[in-house]
Design a protein around this ligand. Structure first.
Ligand code: DHB
Ligand code: FE
Length: 295
């Protein structure tokens, strides 16, 4: 059967993608951001997944106010990097995994989470920047991402957005879905976006190191309590765009230690943790957790 072996958490910032695409990663401003991913790139090579289930948010690129799915799963064979106003990023096409994605859609909808099925979607920085950070620079034509990716888009742009608790519960349903897929494959689940940032209004530029790091502690060690964090705390403490952090709870909820909404099994192993301010307007957070056992 398929297994989730690890979860990866990382911020996405369009300027990080631009720094990579324009060869600026060794400039003073960017050096220390990318240094935080040196371990991760090697870890990806040493722990290559068969499939990445990548939880991200679309930034009014594939979707708009015309259509706002709360949770949308990509079942397509491939996804083109989106044009966000400066042309598509020069990165490889993202190959999907229609069989596993359709299986997860079937299972998760049967577990009473309503998903939108997406058969055509361009993917913006929310998806391609985490891939670039974890895989390093790749030639758009000659190279390929290391494995197929199932994009899972969450609405965190237009209220009402899903709660952290619902995201955490959904993660548990996704794990069940993966574990009922009848093929021995190794799946990583990634939660992306965040951490503290606010791009607009009187508090634009807000960063909250203390809150971000306390939230990371809780995500790792006491995920059920972390999941209970209400929306207003994210917005007040981590800024209007800090709400992207609820997506990390989908990945955390899919880890083996979670049973019936509580962390009862052996805790996952913390392989890597990184935090850096600033990258553009955003506090960059990054964590890698490996499942201790496949209970
Ligand atoms: C920035 C961060 C984001 O999460 C985003 O979607 C767009 C911009 C920023 O810090 O510039
Ligand atoms: Fe964003």
């Amino acid at each position: 059967m398929a297994r989730i072996t690890a979860s990866v958490y990382t911020s996405h910032v369009p300027a990080i993608g631009a720094a990579m695409d324009l060869g600026k990663t060794q400039e003073d401003y960017w050096k220390s951001v990318f240094a935080g991913y040196d371990f991760s790139k090697q870890w990806m090579k040493d722990n290559k997944p068969d499939v990445i289930f990548l939880v991200f948010n679309d930034h009014a690129t594939a979707f708009s106010s015309d259509l706002i799915p709360t949770f949308a799963i990509g079942t397509a064979a491939e996804y083109q990097p989106a044009d966000e106003g400066w042309g598509p990023r020069p990165v490889p096409v993202v190959k999907g995994h229609p069989e596993l994605a359709s299986h997860i859609a079937q299972s998760v909808i049967q577990q009473d989470f309503d998903l939108t099925i997406v058969n055509k979607m361009d993917v913006d920085h929310g998806l391609t920047v985490p891939l670039s950070l974890m895989c390093g620079p790749l030639d758009p034509i000659k190279d390929a991402w290391p494995c197929p990716v199932i994009p899972f888009a969450v609405n965190v742009v237009q209220y009402p957005v899903p709660s952290g608790q619902r995201c955490f519960n959904l993660g548990q349903a996704i794990r069940k879905a993966v574990e009922s897929y009848d093929e021995d494959i190794n799946v990583h689940i990634w939660g992306t976006g965040g951490m503290s940032h606010q791009l607009q209004g009187a508090r634009a530029g807000l960063i909250n190191r203390e809150w971000d790091n306390a939230w990371l502690d809780q995500l790792i060690q006491d995920p059920a309590a972390c999941a209970a964090t209400p929306h207003i705390n994210y917005v007040r403490e981590a800024g209007s765009e800090g709400i992207e952090m609820v997506m990390w709870l989908i990945a955390r909820g899919a880890m083996n230690d979670i049973k019936d909404g509580k962390a009862t099994g052996p805790a996952p192993q913390l392989r890597h943790r990184f935090y850096h301010v600033p990258a553009s307007n955003t506090a960059v957070g990054h964590v890698i957790l490996e499942n201790s056992s496949s209970t």
